[in-house]
Write a protein that binds this ligand. Structure first.
Ligand code: UGA
Length: 364
């Protein structure tokens, strides 16, 4: 898509982990101007004075104001979400509201105002693999690679409220698809596979409360000299995608509107697959490169049941390996960062930002 004037992007949820990295790249590019909204700007403070950014402290409930911003844009990037698994079974109504009802209004606006909607969904829409329900099936990476257009989406029972998030995200994906089908909505849906990098989540007791995602949980444990907790033995499997690779994918989408329109893309790195127990070992080894004295002191791991860690109603995706053939073909995108290299950068960031603060509040 060619623009004689800057490409006007409206970013909903520009202040989160993914938003902060994407915003920084868009502003560096020169050919974009951005109107960004969020309820928290702490991760994007250094960008707030940028001449091509207009930032507004706003949430999606202010539909009139959001509508005006959408109207003035060429493209809408919808990132606002509650995407922390510890919330799915504890505040499911908020999870459904924020991940479905709020963004639904944005979908309607984009359809009505004829805007390209780039929507962030989740790899969690795949739910569990068929193998999780058919014990004995051998895990063959080729066979269980998740494909955007052919793999079924399999979730647990309603009482397993873990799936409140995935179900909300799935229904929104289906709604977007239906708006494309019936009303000609121009959309691209992204399914992120465990993006990680600097500025992800928070460290409990320092800049947030509750349970963050696994990477920040393990960082907290490492920096506060607590055992790393392996939920159900850390048997579940994820593929981790370094944030710079993920932002490359988003830029490739923005540069290829015709090819990307009407598509769902897995954005993930199939070469970075590990069980959570393996992730713990890798993080311990990278952390001890930076802090050899912690190896001498000893770093512990402990098993904990999902029920004790997350409470009633937690359930889990067993394995998520993306098939990224479509993104490779249509966008020419290829993730390049090996897990260990991404972890080196990310762990160095956490140590720089938080180690001193954690040492003050160390829990023995
Ligand atoms: C989450 C979100 O639900 C997804 O929407 C999102 O796409 C995804 O993160 C992501 O970052 O892309 P999940 O992978 O389950 O999904 O999130 P984590 O909280 O990072 O959990 C990963 C695994 O680590 C789970 O099996 C969890 O039980 C385990 N875990 C977590 C531990 O073993 N120990 C911990 O301290 C924390």
């Amino acid at each position: 898509m060619r623009h004689d004037r800057p490409h006007a992007v409206c970013m909903l949820g520009c202040g989160g982990f993914v938003g902060s990295h994407l915003l920084s790249r868009l502003l560096d590019e020169g050919s974009f101007k951005v109107v960004g909204i969020d309820i928290d700007a702490s991760k994007i403070r250094s960008l707030l004075d940028h001449p091509r950014l207009t930032f507004l402290h706003l949430d999606l409930h202010d539909t009139e104001r959001v509508r005006q911003l959408v109207e003035q844009s060429d493209t809408v990037i919808s990132l606002a979400a509650l995407c922390n698994p510890s919330l799915y079974n504890t505040i499911p109504l908020d999870v459904i509201e924020i991940n479905f009802m709020g963004p639904l209004e944005v979908v309607k606006m984009c359809a009505e105002l004829n805007k390209w909607l780039i929507h962030f969904s989740t790899s969690e829409v795949y739910g569990k693999t068929v193998g999780a329900y058919t014990p004995g099936i051998a895990y063959d990476d080729e066979a269980v690679m998740l494909n955007e257009d052919t793999t079924p989406l399999i979730m647990g029972p309603v009482s397993a409220q873990r799936w409140s998030y995935a179900a909300a995200k799935q229904l929104l994906e289906r709604t977007i698809y239906a708006y494309g089908f019936e009303k000609g909505l121009d959309y691209t849906t992204i399914r992120p596979f465990n993006f990680f990098g600097p500025r992800m989540d928070f460290i409990p007791g320092i800049d947030g409360e509750g349970i963050p995602r696994v990477l920040a949980c393990f960082m907290e444990a490492l920096m506060k000299h607590k055992p790393l907790q392996l939920v159900d033995g850390g048997k579940n499997h994820r593929t981790f995608t370094y944030i710079d690779d993920a932002v490359d994918a988003m830029m490739a989408i923005l540069a290829n509107r015709e090819k990307a329109a009407g598509q769902i893309f897995n954005i993930g790195n199939p070469d970075n697959g590990v069980t959570i127990a393996e992730l713990a070992d890798l993080m311990i080894s990278v952390y001890t490169e930076l802090h050899p004295e912690s190896a001498e002191r000893g770093i512990e791991k402990e098993n904990i049941s999902a029920r004790d860690f997350y409470g009633e109603g937690y359930d889990d995706s067993d394995r998520r390996v993306p098939d990224i053939t479509k993104a490779r073909k249509l966008l020419g995108w290829n993730p390049r960062t090996r897990l260990v290299d991404g972890l080196r950068k990310t762990i160095a960031y956490y140590v720089e930002e938080y180690q001193a603060l954690c040492s003050h509040r160390e829990i023995g």
